[in-house]
Every structure is written in structure tokens, then in C-alpha cells.
Design a protein around this ligand. Structure first.
Ligand code: NAD
Length: 447
């Protein structure tokens, strides 16, 4: 099939390379001309495992193209995916200006029957608006331009695997023709056994928001539980493990720590709350989910204050700056929210991340950056583990502690073993687990 993709960011580019890999002729376009030039040269503008290799494979076999003029991506296309950003407005509503602009662009350049697919995450009801925009732009093609919803469930850091081996493919459409087109797009994946869930459009749009909001809710639930554990002496890791053994619950997204971030969960949760209230239903606990998530940063700050007393003049090392491991994406990263708060309180912040350093520097230029974890720890009064990259799990803790002004670790992801921290001489504060204070650490190191 001939496929156009508007917006070649984290979702659009993965869509381009995976659909080309499946055998389609794919043409991606983006309003950012520099991004298109980079892609034409086979370079990915962001880090995602295996992405650049597949990009180069698609370009060299001739099935994948990138153009800065959208007409070339749309003119011949059977299907056009809209995968532009839908960032939050100050109100929390999803900003759909780019979705409307992309839709109008498709209508302007379409030459015949074409399925316009919402890949971006949008509030329920958006397809109706999009259809109206298409028709206003091209009344002559009113019956030829059909809208469908195909929300993306990929997770950054695993995006290629998620795109080629998804848990499910969700398509919302209004005609058998549209469903048939989408079955053809994903035919090889469906043939390999993946379920395609076919619904009406409003259901598909809502299911995406509901999935992200529910995952955020699980994280906030366990973080609220962590606050309670800290007051009772219980261990939230053990509580989560016990809960997770119940197959009705499962262990995923029950890890206490610095909370969720990234470009999806925070905005999608609030966008769902906003669309719900605009439709006359105050979805009761979504605002609490966001509030508990904000509290996780405050809880970490309290632990740092407890360990260091005054912040002014203290050097604090953050390990991990991206919003999760496996990506250089720092949008709404908890590490950066924490860094801003620490800087406000007068601390000196030094950060290290295997991939996200350049993006972090752009967002928070006041962060000093280090060449590795040990470099970050040098002279630090405290280290905060913010993102659980694998390389942090294999640190030489004794070496890390020796380099620091004081061996104090705040574990924002609950990944270290308390006994190992104690053996390495660290004062250790995790989320929802009994702390090892400086006094405990030194008492235990006495013969
Ligand atoms: P992104 O910011 O990485 O990419 C968006 C791209 O769209 C950018 O390259 C931008 O230049 C381009 N763009 C904006 N307006 C345009 C226009 N009018 N015409 C052409 N190009 C335009 O965003 P993303 O992370 O890929 O997210 C895109 C959508 O997918 C969002 O709705 C997001 O919620 C959703 N989503 C994201 C993820 C994720 O993990 N990042 C996962 C699932 C769904």
C-alpha cells in the first residue's frame, strides 16, 4: 500500500519504519525541515533502540521516503496517518491545533479516496471535528476522505518491538471499507497472531486515554501506599510483590518511586479529565492521581532535606535524567522536576544520563553534567537515583561512596538492595521502605 505519515516524531517515525518493514511504500513528512533532512540522511533525531538501523534499511530498500513538502506524501496515499503532537494547553485540554492543520493539509493535497487515520492520542470526539475540517477544506472530496482512529500503544525504549509485535491493534472506524483498509495495513502482524480489535471511533479514542490514565492510576496508588508504609515501617516492595502475585492485579506498574513522567501519562490523564468534565461527567479521582504523582517529588525532597539539612551549597548528583530507561526523551521527566526544585532551594545539581544529557541540558541549563556516574558522585553530598537504567544497577557502590563527600543515596526507583547499600556504608532512603540513616550506617560499620 501507499502510506503517508504526517509528523515524524517518536510515534510517526516508528510508524514509518515499521510499516516500511512490513512491505508498504511509506512517505513521511514533518513541518520541521531539519528533521526531514536528518531522516533523509538516515539519522534518527532521537534515540530509540534499533530505530536507526531500521530507518537505514527502509531508505536503502527504497520503500521509505521523507519529504518536506506534504503533497508528495499525500497525493498517492491510500492511507495517511496523522502522528503530530497533542501537547497539553495550560488548561490541561489537549492542544489539537497540529491535528487540525495536518487534517487540512491532507484534504488540500488528496487526489482521491483516502483513509485519514488518527495515530496521535486525541480526546474522544476528535474524529468528528477532523471529519468536518476535511469536508470544509474539500467539499468535492467529502465522500472520499474517511476518518479512522488507530491509537498507538508503543512505549518509548521498546518502541520498535511494540510496533512490530503489539499486544493488540486497535482500530475505530465507521465503514467496512475503512476496517478492511486497516486490516491490509497490518496484515503481516495479524497473520502472526496479533488480535485486531475493531470498534467505533469514539470507543477507540477513549480506550487509549483510558489505558494511559489507568496505568498512571496504578503508579499513584502504589506511591500513596509508599507514604503509608513509611509511617508504619512496612516495606512497599513486599506489599507490591504480594499484591502482584494475585493474577487479578499483576505486578506491572506497581513500583513506588519518583512517579510517572514523559510526554504521555501526565497530559493524557488530565486531557481525559478535561474531556470528561466538558461532557458533563466529573471523573472523580483523576485529579487525585495527578496530585499524588506531584507529591512523589515533594516526598523525595523531604528525604533529601532530612539527610542533608539545608540545601544551600550542597552538591546533589542525579543519576538518570530521561523520563524512563531506554530513551533520551526528557519531556516531563521526574528527574528534571526534582532538579528544578533542588536548584530553587539553592543546591548545586549535577546530572548524568546514558542518553538524555543533551536534551536535559536544553531543558534545565543550570544542571551541571558529568561524564559518568562516578564523575557525578565526585564530591556530592547525596546521590539521587532518578531513572533505573541498567548501568546504574551494576555500579560499584563502595567506589561510588568513597568518591562522595558523604555516602548518602536517595533511591527514587527502589532498585537497590538495602543490605548491599548498608554493606557499602551508605545512608539509604528509598520510597516506602525503612531508611538506613547515617547513624544506622556508621553504627553498623563499627566492629
Ligand atoms: P513528537 O513531538 O515526538 O512528534 C511530533 C512531530 O509532529 C514533530 O516532529 C513535529 O515537528 C511534527 N508536527 C507538528 N505539527 C505538525 C504539522 N502541522 N505538520 C507536520 N508535522 C507536524 O510527539 P510524539 O511523542 O511522536 O507523539 C505524537 C502523538 O502520539 C501524541 O499525540 C502522543 O500523545 C501520541 N503518543 C506518543 C507516544 C510516545 O511514547 N511518545 C506513545 C503513544 C502515543
Amino acid at each position: 500500500m501507499q502510506i503517508g505519515v504526517i509528523g515524524t516524531g517518536h510515534v510517526g517515525l516508528v510508524t514509518c519504519v515499521s510499516l516500511a518493514h512490513l512491505g508498504h511504500d511509506v512517505c513521511g513528512t514533518d513541518s520541521d525541515a531539519d528533521k526531514i533532512a536528518q531522516l533523509q540522511d538516515g539519522m534518527s533525531p532521537f534515540f530509540e533502540p534499533d530505530l536507526e538501523g531500521m530507518l537505514q534499511e527502509g531508505l536503502s530498500c527504497g520503500r521509505l521516503h521523507f519529504v518536506s513538502h506534504p503533497a508528495e506524501a499525500i497525493r498517492e496515499a491510500d492511507v495517511v496517518f496523522i502522528s503530530v503532537g497533542t501537547p497539553p494547553r495550560a488548561s490541561g485540554d489537549a492542544n489539537l491545533v497540529a491535528v487540525e492543520a495536518a487534517g487540512r493539509t491532507v484534504a488540500r493535497h488528496a487526489t482521491g479516496r483516502c483513509l485519514v487515520v488518527e495515530k496521535s492520542t486525541v480526546p474522544t470526539g476528535t474524529a468528528h471535528r477532523l471529519r468536518r475540517a476535511l469536508r470544509r477544506e474539500r467539499p468535492d472530496l467529502a465522500l472520499e476522505l474517511e476518518v479512522a482512529s488507530n491509537p498507538e500503544f508503543l512505549s518509548e525504549g521498546n518502541a520498535i518491538k511494540n510496533a512490530l509485535e503489539p499486544d493488540r491493534i486497535l482500530v475505530g472506524a465507521e465503514s467496512e471499507w475503512a476496517h478492511q483498509v486497516m486490516r491490509s495495513v497490518y496484515a503481516p502482524i495479524i497473520a502472526s497472531g496479533c488480535e485486531i480489535v475493531e470498534t467505533d471511533i469514539a470507543t477507540a479514542e477513549l480506550a487509549k486515554h483510558a489505558s494511559n490514565a489507568f496505568l498512571a492510576l496504578r503508579i499513584s496508588f502504589v506511591n500513596a501506599l509508599a507514604r503509608l508504609c513509611e509511617r508504619t515501617g512496612a516495606d512497599v516492595l513486599a506489599v507490591s510483590d504480594v499484591m502482584g502475585k494475585d493474577p487479578r492485579i499483576g505486578r506491572h506498574f506497581l513500583s513506588a518511586g519518583l512517579g510517572y513522567g514523559g510526554s504521555c501519562f501526565p497530559k493524557d490523564l488530565i486531557a481525559l479529565k478535561r474531556i470528561s468534565s466538558q461532557l458533563g461527567y466529573e471523573f472523580p479521582f483523576l485529579a487525585e492521581v495527578a496530585r499524588v504523582n506531584d507529591e512523589t517529588i515533594e516526598a523525595a525532597l523531604e528525604k533529601i532535606r532530612d539527610a542533608l539539612w539545608n540545601m544551600e551549597g550542597k552538591r546533589i548528583a542525579l543519576l538518570g535524567l530521561s523520563f524512563k530507561p531506554g530513551t533520551d526523551d526528557v519531556r516531563f521527566a521526574p528527574a528534571l522536576s526534582l532538579a528544578r526544585r533542588l536548584l530553587e532551594e539553592g543546591a548545586q545539581v549535577v546530572g548524568y544520563d546514558p542518553m538524555g544529557m543533551a536534551n536535559a541540558r536544553q531543558d534545565v541549563p543550570e544542571i551541571e553534567t558529568a561524564s559518568d556516574s562516578y564523575d557525578a558522585a565526585e564530591g556530592a553530598h547525596c546521590v539521587v537515583l532518578c531513572t533505573e537504567w541498567d548501568e546504574f544497577l551494576n555500579l560499584d557502590l563502595e567506589k561510588l561512596g568513597r568518591l562522595m563527600a558523604h555516602p548518602i543515596m536517595i533511591d527514587g526507583r527502589n532498585v537497590f538492595d538495602s543490605d548491599a547499600m548498608r554493606a557499602a556504608g551508605f545512608a539509604y532512603y528509598a520510597a516506602g521502605r525503612p531508611p538506613i540513616t547515617e547513624e544506622d550506617a556508621s553504627a553498623r560499620s563499627q566492629p
